[in-house]
Design a protein around this ligand. Structure first.
Ligand code: GLN
Length: 252
C-alpha cells in the first residue's frame, strides 16, 4: 500500500463535480465495496474541486467531463502533480476515464483550438476528431482479462507515444473495430470506457485492486457478470450492425 500507513485502502475520487460524467463515481463505489466484501478496510475519499490532491491516496480516479470542466480540472491536477508523483512512486494506482484519460497525457486540443495541458503521466496527446464517438464499446484487453464493456461519448482522439501500450483493441464500436483503445501503464489504466466501467467489468476492478493490496480472495460476481453479459451482447450486436451498415453504405 502506498502513502496511507494504516491498513485502510483510500480510494480517491478526484474532482467529482468536474470529472463525473456518466456515473464515473460508480468506479470508486465498486472499488471500496469489493474490498469491504473481502473484509478489508476501505474508504472513499472525495477530493473536491479546488482542493489540493493529497499524496495519501492508494487509488486515484479521474473521471470524464465536458470540455469546460476539463479545463478547470486540468489546472488543479497540474498544481498537484508532485503529490500524485509521490503517491505513484509509493505504489498508488490510477484509473483515468475519458477526459481524465486525456488529462493524464500531455495535452488535449479541443474542437475550438483551445489547448489544455495535461499531467504528462503518460506519453499521449489528444486532439478533437471530426465527430463524436457515442455508444457502446467492446474491448478485447491486452492483460489477461475477459472482454470489457463500456459506453463512450467523446470528441477527442488519443494518440499514444511509441513506447506506450494500449489497454486493448476495439471489438465493436459504432462503425469501426480493430483500433487500439486506452492505455495500460504501470499500475495505471486510461480508457474511454464509461458505463461506469468497473461495475460493468468486475475483473478489471479486481485487477486494479490487486495492484494495491496484492492477491485477492475470490468473490461471487454472478450479478455483475450478468450485467456484463447483457452489455456485451448489446454492444457487440449494435457495433457489428453499424460496422456492416457503414461498409455497405460506403460501397454505395
Ligand atoms: N471533453 C472530452 C471529449 O469530448 C471528454 C468527454 C468525456 O469525458 N466524456 O473528448
Amino acid at each position: 500500500m502506498s502513502a496511507a500507513r494504516d491498513s485502510t485502502v483510500r480510494v480517491g475520487l478526484v474532482y467529482p463535480e468536474l470529472l463525473g460524467t456518466y456515473g464515473d463515481r460508480g468506479n470508486a463505489v465498486v472499488l471500496v465495496q469489493r474490498l469491504r466484501w473481502r473484509g478489508l478496510d476501505a474508504e472513499l475519499v472525495e477530493v473536491t474541486a479546488g482542493a489540493p490532491i493529497p499524496d495519501s491516496l492508494d487509488v486515484y480516479l479521474f473521471g470524464g467531463g465536458e470540455d469546460d470542466p476539463q479545463v478547470m480540472a486540468s489546472a488543479g491536477m497540474r498544481a498537484s502533480r508532485a503529490a500524485i508523483d509521490r503517491a505513484r512512486a509509493g505504489g498508488a494506482a490510477v484509473l483515468a476515464v475519458c477526459a481524465g484519460f486525456q488529462l493524464i497525457g500531455h495535452s488535449y486540443e479541443a474542437a475550438d483550438g483551445t489547448m489544455i495541458d495535461g499531467l504528462g503521466l503518460v506519453d499521449a496527446v489528444t486532439r478533437a476528431g471530426p465527430n463524436r464517438l457515442i455508444g457502446e464499446l467492446v474491448v478485447d484487453p491486452d492483460p489477461p482479462l475477459p472482454v470489457l464493456t463500456g459506453f463512450e461519448n467523446h470528441g477527442g482522439r488519443t494518440t499514444l507515444g511509441r513506447l506506450e501500450r494500449p489497454l486493448g483493441r476495439v471489438v465493436a464500436r459504432n462503425g469501426s473495430r480493430g483500433e487500439p483503445e486506452g492505455l495500460l501503464g504501470e499500475r495505471l489504466i486510461g480508457t474511454y470506457m464509461h458505463g461506469p466501467v468497473l461495475p460493468r467489468n468486475p475483473a478489471l476492478a479486481d485487477h486494479i485492486l490487486a495492484w494495491v493490496v496484492g492477491d485477492l480472495a475470490p468473490l461471487d460476481s454472478t450479478r455483475e457478470e450478468q450485467l456484463r453479459a447483457t452489455q456485451l451482447h448489446a454492444g457487440s450486436a449494435r457495433g457489428v450492425r453499424r460496422w456492416w451498415q457503414e461498409r455497405v453504405l460506403a460501397r454505395g
